[in-house]
Design a binder for this molecule. Structure first.
Ligand SMILES: NC(=O)c1ccc[n+]([C@@H]2O[C@H](COP(=O)([O-])OP(=O)(O)OC[C@H]3O[C@@H](n4cnc5c(N)ncnc54)[C@H](O)[C@@H]3O)[C@@H](O)[C@H]2O)c1
Ligand SMILES: O=C(O)C(=O)C[C@]1(C(=O)O)C=C[C@@H](O)C=C1
Length: 376
């Protein structure tokens, strides 16, 4: 094992693992593997991205004379993923090669068409984990913990190559789910690509909104727009790579939109009690109730990793620091933190992510110390 690789829990992946594309996904994977004691070689088309990934601790830049990788993970944007997979299959003739791109069918087709016998060592994959920021600076060793990781074997993939990719997912805390490439693309059109567009549509309406209106923004807007901050170029590549399923989902949304606009036009013209106005509006919200109730983890499905304690914090110097030290005095570790603050308001909300078992005791302790704990 090379220097600087920390001691770790036992894993099936022995490495070395070469990560090509050391942005958010590649560097997060590097961090997670290194935390598990697996040696990681890094490569990127951008020397700066490579240096940053090295500096955050995601691995060591690949160099001549390195041991051959047992596995190569391609974490480049989808439009160059297939050509990178093909190059890595040729460069490392015994390595299992996977990619983590958000679309699968176009890449599987390119690999099947051009890889020849190498295709046996290729297995597509897609961790359903990410965030709205790009690059290694946003990388997180825990990014994959508790998340599904779709494994997409091709018709030629060797069983041991499939097992290696499933093991990789498990070793970084994810749950491997096997799907065909087109089934994967149809699924993510609904659960990932349409949500990205919906967030962008809503946030785009805010470009011309008057400042006082923006000052009223509450949690509803924040909930539906987080991913509107995503990288436009990456997402354009993802969307064209899954064009037909995304267009199909959008046509269904367009039908709903047409029904809602027609109902609102009736109400605007003939008054709120106009026949045919409330019904379609209630129907679309009720359909959303059914859909949101089916999202695992949101309403009693899979357990969340952390619980949340929400505290009202006066917008005064030192108050946030006082909150943090009192949480520390209560013996609770803050795993994550979100601050919500509306312009011109004298208070903000601090949403503290803590271990689920710490939620109640921390709420009681903060309440006892005079903090306003918000039930959400
Ligand atoms: N961002 C997410 O939430 C998310 C989640 C799951 C999967 N993915 C997929 O993971 C992949 C990477 O996404 P990301 O968010 O890490 O992007 P990113 O922009 O943070 O990183 C991509 C990296 O690839 C490098 N790169 C580009 N072309 C290259 C090439 N030809 N050879 C080598 N390196 C190259 C870039 O320099 C950059 O460092 C994409 O295919 C994306 O679809 C993204
Ligand atoms: O949570 C986020 O920020 C994400 O957008 C992650 C997300 C998703 O839609 O779930 C985005 C695209 C990826 O291909 C996989 C994961």
């Amino acid at each position: 094992m090379p220097e600087n690789v920390p001691a770790a829990h036992p894993v099936a992946t022995t490495g070395p693992v070469k990560v090509v594309g050391t942005g958010l996904l590649g560097a997060s994977l590097g961090l997670a593997l290194r935390a598990a004691g697996v040696p990681v070689q890094l490569a990127d088309a951008s020397p700066t991205a490579l240096a940053l990934a090295r500096d955050v601790g995601a691995g060591t830049p690949a160099a001549d004379g390195d041991p051959q990788p047992a596995m190569v993970v391609v974490a480049t944007p989808p439009d160059v993923a297939a050509e990178t997979v093909l190059a890595e299959l040729a460069r490392h003739p015994v390595a299992v090669v996977t990619d983590v791109a958000s679309v699968k069918a176009v890449i599987a087709e390119e690999v099947a068409r051009h890889a020849g016998a190498h295709a046996a060592r290729y297995v597509g994959s897609h961790p359903m984990a990410g965030r709205e920021r790009s690059g290694a600076a946003a990388a997180d060793a825990d990014l994959f913990v508790g998340r599904p990781w779709v494994v997409v074997p091709g018709p030629e993939s060797l069983p041991e190559a499939v097992l290696a990719v499933r093991s990789l997912a498990a070793d970084v805390g994810a749950t491997a789910v096997t799907l065909g490439a087109q089934d994967h693309d149809d699924a993510v059109a609904l659960v990932s690509h349409l949500p990205q567009l919906a967030a962008s549509f809503v946030a785009a309406r805010l470009r011309e909104a008057p400042e006082p209106a923006l000052g009223l923004a509450g949690q509803g807007l924040r909930d539906v727009t987080r991913i509107a901050a995503s990288d436009p170029q990456l997402w354009a590549t993802i969307l064209v790579g899954n064009a037909a399923p995304v267009a199909r989902a959008l046509r269904e949304v367009r039908d709903d939109l047409d029904a809602v606009v027609a109902a609102l036009d009736r109400a605007a013209q003939d008054g709120p009690l106009a026949p045919g106005s409330t019904g379609p509006l209630a129907r679309v919200v009720a359909a959303g109730n059914v859909g949101v109730g089916r999202i695992p983890g949101k309403h009693g499905g899979a357990p969340r990793r952390y619980g949340e304690v929400t505290v009202l914090v006066p917008d005064e110097p030192g108050e946030l620091g006082r909150l943090f030290s009192e949480v520390g005095e209560a013996g609770v570790n803050i795993e994550d933190l979100q601050l919500e603050h509306s312009a011109g308001q004298p208070v903000g909300l601090a949403v503290l992510s803590v271990l689920p078992s710490a939620v109640e005791p921390l709420e009681e302790e903060l309440d006892r110390r005079g903090w306003r704990v918000v039930a959400r």
